[in-house]
Design a binder for this molecule. Structure first.
Ligand code: PEP
Ligand code: MN
Length: 263
């Protein structure tokens, strides 16, 4: 189901007036996590002004250490939904546990499966039964085939609204958090009809690399980008090192326009 049957077949996903998978490049932006209402509101306001169409923010955070900030949970979902409504932006947030699907789906317009859960087949199966779009991030060490088969679980369950997201894979390189696999983006666009986003924030882990890699992603054929933006990255509760400031994000959006025109 995940493979294209012909050259023209392209899955187009529409959420609240926002179209993913057509000519227009879609920018998803927002903080790693919902930290509080004020910071989310400020971020949403600024990324929307810069041209972002969709707001992202985690309420359930898959942190490496159980002692790190884990997200605000349901409180975070409520804040996110409220800000999304106020700003008239659809919202994306991660669902980490099958038990939370119904709750997350109540507040989110698009549900995200994080890289660490890409192989969680029971979660994927259950997401095949909802009627909201799902962003499926590539696993930390997943092959392209494993990634597409994970998407197949959702499609096979009856949910055809799947958006793939390349977020880098683990390699021997320690100077970046992950290694952004742009050939996977070009290849997946060639063999699958599903829309593909690229997350240069988690892929690189370094603020200075986010803009160049976002531009490269669009040049490689991605349908959009997902970028972490924080009003004060140095104070972020998670992933500050890779978060753009709103000003940097707005520069990225201007530069992306030129890339999009060229491809
Ligand atoms: C995220 O996008 O919030 C996230 C945790 O990313 P990943 O699952 O790709 O690490
Ligand atoms: Mn993050």
């Amino acid at each position: 189901l995940v493979l294209r049957r012909n050259k023209e077949e392209n899955t187009v996903i529409k959420v609240k007036g926002c179209v993913i998978g057509q000519e227009q490049i879609v920018a998803v932006a927002g903080p790693c996590a919902v930290e509080n209402e004020d910071m989310l509101k400020e971020t949403a306001f600024k990324v929307r002004a810069a041209g972002a169409l969709i707001l992202r923010a985690g309420a359930y955070k898959p942190r490496t250490s159980p002692y790190s900030f884990q997200g605000l949970g349901e409180t975070g979902l409520k804040i996110l939904a409220r800000i999304g409504q106020e700003m008239n932006m659809p919202v994306i947030t991660e669902v980490m546990d099958s038990e939370d699907i119904a709750l997350v789906a109540e507040y989110a317009d698009i549900l995200q499966v994080g890289a660490r859960n890409m192989h969680n087949f029971s979660l994927l199966r259950k997401l095949g039964k909802i009627n909201k779009p799902v962003v499926l991030k590539r696993g930390l060490a997943a092959t392209i085939e494993e990634w597409l088969l994970a998407a197949e679980y959702i499609l096979a369950g009856g949910n055809d609204k799947v958006i793939l997201c390349e977020r880098g894979v683990r390699t021997s390189e320690p100077w970046t958090r992950n290694t952004l696999d742009l050939s996977a983006v070009a290849l997946v666009k060639e063999i699958s009809h599903l829309p593909v986003l690229v997350d240069p924030s988690h892929a690189t882990g370094r603020r200075s690399l986010v803009i160049p890699m976002a531009k490269a992603a669009i040049a490689a054929g991605a349908d959009g980008i997902m970028v972490e933006v924080h009003p004060e990255p140095e104070k972020a509760l998670s992933d500050g090192e890779q978060s753009l400031t709103p000003r940097e994000f707005s520069r990225l959006m201007r530069e992306l326009e030129e890339v999009a025109r060229a491809v």
